[in-house]
Design a protein around this ligand. Structure first.
Ligand SMILES: Nc1ncnc2c1ncn2[C@@H]1O[C@H](COP(=O)(O)OP(=O)(O)OP(=O)(O)O)[C@@H](O)[C@H]1O
Length: 312
């Protein structure tokens, strides 16, 4: 659990982060979102003390993060950044094993962990462990960057725009990987992004920053239905709200019995994807399937009704 209490960072006479308080529960993913220069990165870097706060306290699992020397604190916290930051003259395996080595893990344990992580990120260990970073694609480098951050099984992972530079397809894959890994290991994650769609997809809670202040900290559904300020509303984009609402729910929540023709949609697909498929294929209803078996249908009318805001 991370408790941020009244944290402020002043540069000159400018409050880059202004009296922010929020708590991230253990095993939760908090997405910090906001415009450029709103203080997202500064706030996150105060958690692992890459930036020292001007005032306020940050506690990690109940302990003030100033109790440990900063290098020791950072060994216990995974950190992944945009552009991955891999060591160019170290192999993939050496990069991933950086923190385990500092922590004194023996060779056998390090090698096993490297292979385990490569497999987790769908990179064949035999083919990848001895490559150098320049022998990888951008998307592969990015995955190695995240694997390195996870290597010592940190309970806490900080990610600063980790998928910012990826193309949309690789980005979607990397986001799925993160969701799987976060669930599997119950890692507490703080992720900085300027992309509201990414925040809604990944965040159990979303922190909206504006000019150093925290405008709202709440689950996505609450932020969409009840934005705390004009700025939050603007960031959500009024025109996109209906679709954002639909993106939060899976088809299985809207399944009904009845006829439907054509290609089925998976029960785990979002309502937004279902509406898109219905509109694109001109169908009034889509079959919904789970484990290759049709379990019912979703209708276009029901999807449209579900997209209506709270005031309608
Ligand atoms: N070391 C520094 N010295 C002076 N000002 C700084 C320093 N680091 C950040 N700032 C300022 O603090 C403000 C917040 O910066 P920060 O990097 O936290 O924003 P951000 O929300 O992460 O932005 P972006 O999305 O563009 O990365 C900015 O106005 C920035 O110029």
């Amino acid at each position: 659990m991370i408790e941020i209490e009244g944290i402020t960072k002043v540069y000159g006479d400018y409050n880059a982060v202004d009296n922010v308080s929020l708590t991230v529960e253990r095993g939760e993913l908090a997405a910090i979102v906001g415009t450029s220069g709103s203080g997202k990165t500064t706030l996150m870097r105060m958690i692992n003390r890459l930036v020292e706060p001007t005032s306020g306290v940050i506690r990690i699992d109940g302990r003030d993060n100033r109790e440990l020397p900063d290098y020791e604190l950072r060994r216990g916290i995974g950190y992944a950044i945009q552009g991955h930051g891999l060591f160019p003259h170290r192999s993939v395996a050496e990069n991933i094993a950086t923190v385990p080595k500092l922590l004194g893990w023996d060779r056998k344990r390090r090698d096993a962990r490297v292979d385990e992580l490569l497999e987790l990120f769908h990179l064949e260990p035999e083919a990848f462990r001895d490559r150098m970073p320049h022998e990888l694609s951008g998307g592969q480098q990015q995955r190695i960057g995240v694997a390195r951050a996870l290597a010592a099984e940190p309970a806490l992972l900080l990610m600063d725009e980790p998928f910012g530079a990826l193309d949309p397809i690789i980005r979607a894959k990397a986001q799925e990987d993160l969701i799987d890994i976060q669930r599997k290991f119950s890692t507490t994650v703080v992720l900085v992004t300027h992309d509201m769609d990414e925040a809604i997809l990944l965040g159990h809670k979303i922190a909206v920053m504006h000019e150093g202040r925290l405008e709202q900290y709440a689950p996505a559904a609450e932020i969409i239905a009840d934005p705390a300020s004009a700025f939050v509303n603007e960031l959500l984009g009024t025109g996109d709200k209906a679709f954002r609402m639909l993106s939060l729910e899976a088809c299985e929540n809207l399944v009904e019995q009845g006829p439907a023709e054509g290609e089925a949609i998976p029960a785990s697909a979002s309502l937004k994807d279902a509406l898109a498929a219905a509109l694109w294929s001109g169908r009034d209803a889509l079959p919904v399937e789970r484990d290759d078996k049709v379990i019912g249908r979703v209708t276009r009318d029901a999807l449209i009704r579900r997209a209506a805001g709270p005031s309608s």
